[in-house]
Design a protein around this ligand. Structure first.
Ligand code: AMP
Length: 379
């Protein structure tokens, strides 16, 4: 047995996952393949993750007695949802190893801490300014110009908690509409592409990065991921080296997604980081020998990390809301599409219901791809 295996959790151990959605579900499935049990802590009964896990605790993320019971029942704690109150994290950390740790979660929960951390590490972001009052917003706009993007510092996702400022008379209503305060103003980045890199770091300090991918959004929600991103190699390598630097600086144990903008001159700016599996890493489930979910479980369980190699090019298509999931029977009937359903019964608009991957031989990734192209194959 290698040293890494001896130090890692033995099969039969229980991995505690905070959060009960699809990221927890796919993490639990990967954990099962490595011989682990999973225990899900979530406010929702029988959600996507609990359906495939060994055990579940239903409780609010602020309910300390329930969190304590959960922590006592598991061997290591990880997350698929990172907006956990600091006091809950402290309790968990006092009982079991929490990976990634509270310091990383605190940074990723707060856009101001996140940008400060990135800039201190010499990593470029959009220009930004903290905004706690309307007067500060006016001053920040004078400095950064318009258009600009005003965001909450906490609890934003899928374009929620942010608004675009285009004209000076829009400032006061925008300030009033966003909560909780404080806010952050970001200069508008006229990006050529949005990309991301998944990076993992093991207990022994090994760092692996998956290839940089391009993400295309529809109504602020990820729609398609192209792996690899069709951009010059130097840009892709720069993105991977930024992700590696972030993982090392944070002394990450686990997996982290880094979302970035690429400008037309090839400059890479970090938008945000997420210390967990990420929607833009779902392509790895079918295009890599070790998916982001297995890499995540390996990292937090103290197992060796294999190289994050890719054997195929891939497109990932999210299935969002009632419209996309209505195509499920056709997706199943289309050869070449690799389906992933999240087990959610109610298809609300904007809700992520599943995704599919389509693989291509390396070097033959199409520049354009849509659900129409995918389904046409079988028509
Ligand atoms: P976020 O919640 O920060 O991931 O932002 C959601 C989406 O809004 C991003 O994926 C971008 O498409 C867009 N966006 C966010 N910040 C900026 C910015 N500073 N400049 C231009 N577009 C942005």
């Amino acid at each position: 047995m290698t040293r890494g295996l001896q130090q890692g959790l033995p099969p039969g151990s229980t991995i505690g996952i905070i959060g009960g959605g699809q990221l927890g579900r796919m993490s639990a499935l990967a954990a099962a393949r490595l011989g682990y049990r999973t225990h899900i802590f979530s406010p929702e009964f029988n959600g996507p993750a609990a359906q495939v896990a060994t055990a579940g605790t239903v409780g609010d993320y602020t309910h300390l007695p329930m969190l304590e019971m959960f922590a006592r029942a598991v061997d290591v704690v990880t997350f698929e949802f990172e907006n956990i109150p600091a006091v809950s994290l402290e309790l968990l950390e006092s009982l079991k190893p929490v990976r990634p740790g509270a310091k990383i979660l605190a940074i990723s929960q707060d856009r101001l801490l996140e940008k400060q951390f990135l800039n201190d590490a010499g990593i470029a972001t959009a220009p930004w300014a903290a905004v706690t009052s309307e007067e500060e917003l006016v001053a920040a706009v004078a400095k950064l110009g318009l258009p600009a993007v005003l965001k909450t510092t906490r609890l934003g996702y899928d374009g929620k908690g942010q608004t675009m400022l285009r004209t000076p008379d829009g400032l006061a209503p925008a300030f009033a509409s966003l909560d909780p305060k404080p806010l952050v103003l970001e200069g508008f980045v006229n990006f050529a592409a949005e990309i991301s890199v998944m990076v993992a770091r093991g207990v022994d300090g090994t760092v692996v990065t998956y290839d940089a991918v391009e993400n295309r959004h529809k109504h602020h929600i990820l729609d398609l991921t192209f792996a690899p991103a069709p951009l010059p190699l130097a840009v892709l390598e720069e993105a991977q080296s930024i992700a590696r630097k972030i993982a090392e600086r944070l002394e990450l144990v686990g997996l982290l997604g880094v979302e970035m903008f690429v400008t037309s001159d090839g400059t890479v700016l970090v938008n945000e980081i997420a210390p967990r599996p990420h929607n833009s890493g779902h392509w790895t489930m079918d295009a890599c020998p070790c998916s982001q979910f297995e890499m995540h479980i390996r990292a937090i369980a103290g197992l060796p990390l294999p190289p994050a190699v890719r054997h195929s090019d891939a497109v990932m298509k999210n299935l969002i809301g009632p419209e996309d999931i209505a195509l499920w029977p056709r997706i199943l009937a289309t050869p070449g599409l690799i389906p992933h359903h999240y087990g959610k019964t109610e298809a609300r608009p904007g809700r992520k219901m599943g995704h599919f991957n389509r693989l291509f031989p390396k070097g033959s990734l199409p520049g354009e791809f849509g659900i129409e192209d995918a389904l046409k194959l079988n028509d």
